[in-house]
Design a protein around this ligand. Sequence first.
Ligand code: CA
Ligand code: CA
Ligand code: CA
Length: 425
Amino acid sequence: MRKLALFLICLLLSGCQAVTFSVDSLLSAPNIADEQSAIYNALIESAGRGITLVYPKNGDFRSAFILKDLDGDGSEEAIAFYSVNAVADSSAKAAVLDRGSDGDWYAMYELAGEGSSVDKVMFCGGDMIVGYSSREYEDSVVCLYRYTNGVLELGYANFYTVLEMRDIDGCGEDEIIVVSRSGYGVSLDVLKSGGSEYQSYVMGIDAGEPSVASCSFGQLDGKTAMYLDLPLEGGGIFTEVVVLGNRGLSCPISENGLRVQTQRPAGYLSCDYDGDGVVEIPVVSAFRGYESAEWNDAEHLATMLSFDPSDGELKAKSSAYYNAADGYIFTIPNRWLNMVTVMKNAATGEVTFYRFDPEKGDIADMTPLVSFVRSQTGDSVYPSQGYTEISGSETAAYYYRTEAEAGEPLVLTADEIINNFHMIA
Ligand SMILES: [Ca+2]
Ligand SMILES: [Ca+2]
Ligand SMILES: [Ca+2]
């Protein structure tokens, strides 16, 4: 039946485009649904009908069946994850399926994974890296498998809180980066592929507690570096930069004694806010007028720092208003520095900048310059109230309105506002 269906498809295709009628093209006719159901049928033939497919939640491979040539024989195997419908067994299973000499799919190997769901699947050459997670456990588990002679062999396993693949040594190939919770901080394990073996680079980083606030990657010295925001003891976060060089893993921020310079309250996460490929680290101080306010009642000026490997120092790139709650960073123009302050409307989230006037005790009595507000897309009343849209995403739109009278020297042009406004994820 299946071969007949393929033949009909080829006939239909031949009406509008050139089709080479070789055996190969007949076998690889592009009917994805047909192929998926053939793989699924082979899976339930092996595992039984009482199964539920498990889809990877994150990463580049999220479909029920992942096609990949795992053993390097030139033809793709299919990888599937599933769970059995049994109360006593919640583990996700991994199955490798392959075509037999008759061209049909067969389940070749199955094993139980290390969690009830699949976080992500990645590939390093033909090796498969699977991150498993479970609702009951805080730590996820990464397993590295190699498929040889029909057997899926486990070559490496570890707990993780961050699992990524990046080329952090600039060799042209991605390394596998595993960050796991350890003691009072985290432990890094970077696996570098060298033919059939991996070289493992291990390093511990002390922090206030074993967790990761955020992980990002950015350019440093012509290579990709990892930026980890980690918790401080007693609250707040600091940033560590991790690079892989000839002498292994290193942390240039700590090695240069700069960790204390990156300390700040939680929520001000490192990010490449301006999209230039370099990650900036926001450290904060009170905005004018808030110097003696309680921390939670104050507004803060963020200094966006970047690490300069040429002299091993942190350099201030810009000053900014970092609005983590509403997802944007507004760079403060130079002529605004020390001249403005800011106030947030607690009800609407609208942020208004004012020309700072030390004679006036109340910011609301100062001269307003410009306001920013975030709105859900599709229901905004702001355009009818004199606001102009700056940018938007699928879930939010951002507007500004100039509040100052014409002639006010601190008023910003539309270009200044648009160029200085950065949405952050
Ligand atoms: Ca293969
Ligand atoms: Ca590399
Ligand atoms: Ca940047």
